[in-house]
Write a protein that binds this ligand. Structure first.
Ligand SMILES: [Zn+2]
Length: 332
């Protein structure tokens, strides 16, 4: 009888307890995987910012990896990414965004094998040496550098978080009036703080509008490089037709000849400044009229300057471009 009771207890343990242990374990693993896959930021919320004081920076021209202080690195990033004559609050927003962007890369895994981040704006984040920056500036060099360092130093340790986790702080030059959701640029969801938001006065900057014109032959050649079977008859009505737009007013899908391409793909093929474009078909030429500059996701640099000039603080600027975020002080 006693033995039977022991057996029964063992059976109960096997049936109930073990599945409970396994389930909770797998749920945890799932959570970690989904956080990584969707870039929700760090899994461990009690991280110590102090351990990120030094970062490994890859110089793409020489291939050398330099160990630099994070905040010193940010001087070179801010001075490369934003014109120094922008309002100080816009520069502070850029410094906070650059710090957050860097931390996100370190925490969520770098694109580079032996470095946290590189100096190429097309890959990670722009960077310019102080010497080169000074050479490019014509006047008041020390004063300008002081303004950059002030933007970084006065936001020391400030990072942008969403529900307590470091955000993937995308930024770009000019939104064309409305920012874009990452879904339409890279595909994939999982960034609730990257919504499409409107910003006024983006058209007052030179980055707002641009044009690219080419011969029809060149136009055909460029698409043929990607699609060998591409065909177009310019005599045909609607041979080029925008089929749909994204939430951020960019081209979502466009029919060109016998192909339907995404706006982002067309932007890449023709090196356009953004996917917000219209096309004019001339006698011998094709003209793209482009609005905005960059992928359009996250903070707009020119939009930040406008908001700063309207009297907004760097925290207000950040909260305009990233929905539902906080600017918080990390352990430093
Ligand atoms: Zn890189």
């Amino acid at each position: 009888m006693k033995r039977l009771l022991i057996y029964m207890i063992i059976v109960i343990i096997l049936f109930f307890l073990i599945p409970v242990i396994f389930t909770s374990r797998f749920e945890k693993i799932d959570e970690v995987i989904s956080n990584k896959a969707f870039g929700k930021g760090i899994v461990d919320e009690s991280y110590d910012y102090g351990k990120y004081k030094k970062i490994k920076l890859l110089h793409t021209d020489t291939g050398k990896v330099e160990n630099v202080d994070l905040d010193k690195y940010l001087y070179n990033v801010v001075s490369a990414e934003m014109p120094v004559d922008y309002d100080i609050e816009a520069l502070k927003a850029q410094a906070t965004v650059a710090r957050t962007y860097t931390l996100y890369k370190i925490i969520n895994g770098s694109k580079h094998k032996n470095a946290d981040i590189c100096d190429d704006s097309g890959c990670c984040q722009a960077w310019i040496s102080k010497d080169d920056r000074y050479k490019a500036w014509k006047t008041n060099k020390d004063e300008k550098w002081k303004k950059i360092t002030e933007a970084v130093d006065s936001t020391k340790g400030k990072i942008i978080t969403y529900k307590g986790k470091v955000i993937n702080a995308f930024f770009h030059s000019n939104s064309g009036g409305k920012t874009e959701r990452p879904l339409y640029v890279w595909g994939g969801e999982g960034y609730p703080y990257l919504k499409s938001v409107e910003t006024s006065s983006e058209d007052s900057y030179e980055q707002y509008s641009s044009e690219v014109t080419m011969k029809k032959d060149e136009f055909i050649e460029k698409i043929k490089k990607e699609y060998k079977d591409f065909k177009i008859d310019f005599e045909e009505k609607d041979c080029i037709k925008i089929k749909s737009y994204t939430e951020g007013n960019r081209v979502k899908q466009i029919k060109i000849g016998n192909k339907v391409l995404s706006g982002v793909e067309v932007r890449t093929i023709f090196s356009l400044k953004s996917a917000n474009f219209s096309i004019e078909i001339g006698k011998s030429n094709i003209k793209f009229k482009v609005i905005g500059y960059g992928h359009g996701v996250g903070l707009s640099q020119t939009g930040s300057n406008t908001l700063a000039k309207q009297g907004k603080s760097y925290v207000e600027i950040i909260k305009h471009f990233y929905s539902g975020v906080e600017v918080q002080s990390a352990n430093y």
